[in-house]
Design a protein around this ligand. Structure first.
Ligand SMILES: *[C@@H]1O[C@H](CO)[C@@H](O)[C@H](O)[C@H]1NC(C)=O
Ligand SMILES: *[C@@H]1O[C@H](CO)[C@@H](O)[C@H](O)[C@H]1NC(C)=O
Ligand SMILES: *[C@@H]1O[C@H](CO)[C@@H](O)[C@H](O)[C@H]1NC(C)=O
Ligand SMILES: *[C@@H]1O[C@H](CO)[C@@H](O)[C@H](O)[C@H]1NC(C)=O
Ligand SMILES: *[C@@H]1O[C@H](CO)[C@@H](O)[C@H](O)[C@H]1NC(C)=O
Length: 743
């Protein structure tokens, strides 16, 4: 089942998700429009949004009906295999919704997705950390630096004027003195750094907190999951992998000292499983295989549980309300007093909208606890609401004003986000390795892609492959597209059977779609060579329909950039498949290769546990007191004009690390890397910090949410924070980890 899941049509799955999400956005906006009936044409806009939403629902309903009555029972999970025509129609509706939404944005002064304006209508000036004088420092109650807290000063100014406007401030000890503002703004709202003497108190309080204990059994979790029908698929996956998980967590505990970790209270809200999402995933998951997202949730839940944290899994808006009821009781938007009820919230994009509507204005207080599962990645320019609006990207995604590292991706897609990943399931126990190794590998080529559509214009290429290998496929039999006679089709296989077939296969042949699926990892883990399709020019949002509307300008240099960049030869050969002579030459070489199975550590149970444990311990988007990864990993590189930091770091076998931008964004710091600034100024754009060597003009970043690995500029040289990485654990730098031995 795992195997078949990833051979589903990823494009359609994602566009369906995107569409449903667009619809939810529409409703959210509708609410605002009703609340803000000020401008003359708002009624008109409301009308248009309503009409488009209706059409969306109609189209979706039709599609669902077809799916249920269709061949092969529900032709995959209902919405997942939307027919192309409908997908195009919905895309069109979506784009129009996007445009309308931008208009509505202009009419709404503040929304749930607003960073600077918190609880109340707060008019603190946005923008960067100001150079503040010694005198002003003292007036900030003994704070020695407000580096990293760009809104602190503005918020203090605002409090001076407005502290009486909210009765709840007084209940937090706000009494009109600057110190009381700082205490409130640092400990309740996270806008200012904590006063040094208070940090000690907080550290002392942390010592008293319960510790997280590594668990060596999943029975407790499985019992909880067993009570909930909608989590059945997740439960079955965990059961199948039970032994592997336990072995992995034991190995991790041997490797590191995991004794002294505070236990966190963690809420996991699976928006995609809620009835309100309309996805019907829980109902359809066994008919056509689940979504990759469900795989990721399943592995995430297991990991946080085994790491010993206190978890709550929510799959409906009512449950979400239940868990958050205390938070939402107070109408004035004042954050809840006393001990924090939650330390972390894992959520998906659909769930995030639901959380926004449950929390209302309190949303902003929980913003820094969020970790958003976002399989494609969200680049800073789409995350930054004002910037996106200015550029008029018209994407229904993004605009959340989170710190970009709060987005957790399926692959290490964009270094601006965090790489959460998932576990590649192996269907055979270690005991079977002798048996698996006995299966003899013959000259079989298995074509990747289960929809015959992908094959259509690839026949000349396949004609060449066929000269060197016997061609096999695993695609839907009821597709009408005529395939070459020489293809041996197995139909959709179970994960178990697929693994057996992969063991007999020499080459796993990409056709250019689906993009970035997990299947090539499975193939490589079974000893296949992956023939990866090179894209020249790279595919992106501008030249490829699939990426339109996605919140990223990421360039795909091939069908599977991860395999190309982080695995490479001898397991992965990336080739322009339109160059038939080149393909032929390559196949001659590949057929003589003997390649061992390889699964990058980051896609194993242990690799995920290791990574997630460090994220939970080190990533702190609330107080941001510590830079992680450690600053010692910083390698500064200067990009050429038009080059991004993603590119320049990658060229040097490094990776861009946005956590270091802030540190680097100072004239004195640049000097240490021989970048001399005769003049400098602060601006806000994606390509900063940057400089012009001719006139020694340095441009520094004033808006920290715009720090971006992805940006570039025609004339300026970007100054890039790169770091090395561990092969097989890309999220870590080489000096990031202290094992037990080092301690
Ligand atoms: C905050 O609110 C004020 C009005 O209350 C508005 O002028 C300002 O643009 C808002 N700031 C942001 C970043 O949205
Ligand atoms: C106001 O609050 C600050 C900080 O809690 C405290 O140090 C100060 O004594 C208070 N002032 C008055 C007049 O209560
Ligand atoms: C989790 O936290 C809740 C509320 O603080 C507590 O009642 C419960 O016992 C905790 N569960 C575990 C397994 O620690
Ligand atoms: C694997 O082999 C060991 C020892 O030979 C045995 O105890 C264990 O039950 C086996 N596991 C499976 C899943 O066959
Ligand atoms: C095809 O590949 C060959 C060998 O690398 C190269 O010499 C040739 O220029 C390529 N042809 C095209 C059209 O790119």
């Amino acid at each position: 089942m795992f195997g078949s899941l990833f051979r589903r049509n990823a494009s359609q799955k994602l566009s369906a998700l995107l569409l449903v999400f667009g619809f939810i956005w529409g409703l959210v906006l509708l609410r605002y429009t009703f609340q803000q009936p000020k401008r003359q044409n708002s009624a008109e806009l409301r009308e248009q949004i309503l009409e488009l939403s209706k059409r969306y629902v109609r189209a979706l309903a039709e599609e669902n009906q077809n799916a249920v009555d269709g061949p092969r029972g529900a032709s995959m999970a209902g919405y997942a295999d939307l027919k192309r025509t409908i997908a195009v129609l919905l895309d069109d509706i979506l784009q129009r919704l996007g445009k309308l939404e931008n208009k509505v944005d202009d009419m709404i002064p503040s929304s749930v997705t607003d960073t600077t304006n918190s609880t109340s209508s707060n008019s603190a000036p946005a923008g960067g950390s100001k150079q503040i004088s010694q005198q002003e420092f003292t007036s900030l109650c003994g704070l020695t630096s407000i580096d990293g807290f760009p809104h602190c000063q503005g918020k203090v100014k605002w409090m001076k004027e407005m502290w009486k406007s909210e009765p709840c401030y007084a209940s937090y000890g706000v009494n009109g003195s600057i110190c009381s503002f700082i205490l409130y703004l640092s400990e309740v709202e996270n806008f200012c750094p904590m006063l040094p003497e208070r940090i000690k108190n907080v550290a002392a309080a942390n010592v008293l907190k319960p510790k997280a204990k590594i668990l060596s059994s999943l029975d407790g979790l499985l019992a909880t999951l067993a009570e909930r029908e909608e989590l059945l698929w997740i439960k079955l996956r965990i059961e199948r992998m039970n032994e592997k998980w336990i072995a992995a967590v034991k190995a991790l505990a041997k490797k590191y000292n995991l004794q002294d970790r505070p236990q966190k209270k963690i809420l996991l809200h699976l928006g995609l499983l809620t009835k309100e999402s309309g996805f019907k995933i829980a109902e359809n998951v066994f008919k056509g295989g689940p979504l990759g997202e469900l795989v990721q949730w399943s592995d995430l839940i297991t990991s946080v549980y085994l790491l010993g944290h206190n978890i709550t899994v929510s799959t409906s808006i009512d449950q979400l309300k239940g868990h958050l009821s205390i938070l939402t009781g107070n109408k004035d938007g004042c954050p809840i007093r006393g001990e924090k009820l939650l330390d972390l919230i894992y959520i998906d994009i659909v769930g995030l909208k639901q959380l926004g509507s449950v929390l209302g204005t309190s949303f902003t207080h929980y913003r820094c606890l969020l970790r958003v599962l976002d399989s494609f990645g969200t680049e800073p320019e789409f995350n930054h609401a004002e910037y996106t609006k200015k550029k008029n990207y018209g994407s229904p995604w993004g605009k959340l004003n989170l710190i970009p590292k709060q987005f957790y991706n399926m692959f290490p897609h964009t270094p601006d986000n965090s790489f959460l990943g998932f576990v590649v399931e192996e269907y055979f126990h270690k005991n079977h390795s002798a048996f698996l190794n006995k299966i003899s590998r013959t000259n079989k080529a298995l074509v990747y892609g289960k929809l015959a559509d992908y094959w259509k214009d690839k026949i000349p290429f396949l004609d060449i492959v066929r000269k060197y290998a016997e061609l096999h496929g695993t695609f839907h039999e009821d597709y009408k597209v005529v395939l070459p006679k020489y293809v041996i089709n197995h139909g959709i296989l179970s994960g178990h059977d697929l693994q057996l077939l992969l063991r007999e296969t020499k080459v796993f042949v990409g056709l250019g779609f689906p993009y970035e699926g997990p299947a090539p990892l499975e193939a490589i883990a079974n000893g296949c060579i992956f023939l990866n399709v090179k894209f020249n020019p790279p595919k992106n949002r501008k030249n490829t329909q699939f990426f339109q509307g996605k919140p990223t300008f990421r360039e795909l240099s091939s069908q599977h950039p991860y395999a190309e960049t982080y695995i490479g030869k001898p397991h992965v050969w990336t080739v322009d498949i339109d160059n038939l002579s080149l393909v032929e030459e390559l196949l001659r070489q590949i057929m003589n290769q003997k390649v061992e199975p390889y699964l990058p550590y980051e896609f194993t149970c242990e690799g995920l546990l290791e990574r997630l444990n460090v994220f939970i311990e080190k990533q702190d988007f609330c107080l941001q007191r510590e830079i992680w990864p450690p600053i010692s990993a910083l390698r500064v590189k200067v990009a050429k004009p038009s080059q991004s930091c993603v590119e320049v770091c990658q060229k040097e076998q490094l990776i861009c690390e946005p956590a270091f931008f802030y540190h680097l964004n100072k004239v004195a710091e640049l000097q240490r890397y021989k970048i001399i600034c005769s003049t400098s100024k602060k601006e806000s754009d994606l390509y900063l910090p940057a400089y012009n060597p001719e006139n020694q003009l340095c441009l520094l970043q004033s808006d920290y949410l715009l720090f971006s690995c992805a940006g570039s500029h025609e004339y300026y040289n970007r100054i890039c924070p790169c770091r090395d990485y561990v092969k097989g654990q890309v999220a870590f730098c080489q000096g990031c980890l202290e094992s037990k031995m080092d301690n």
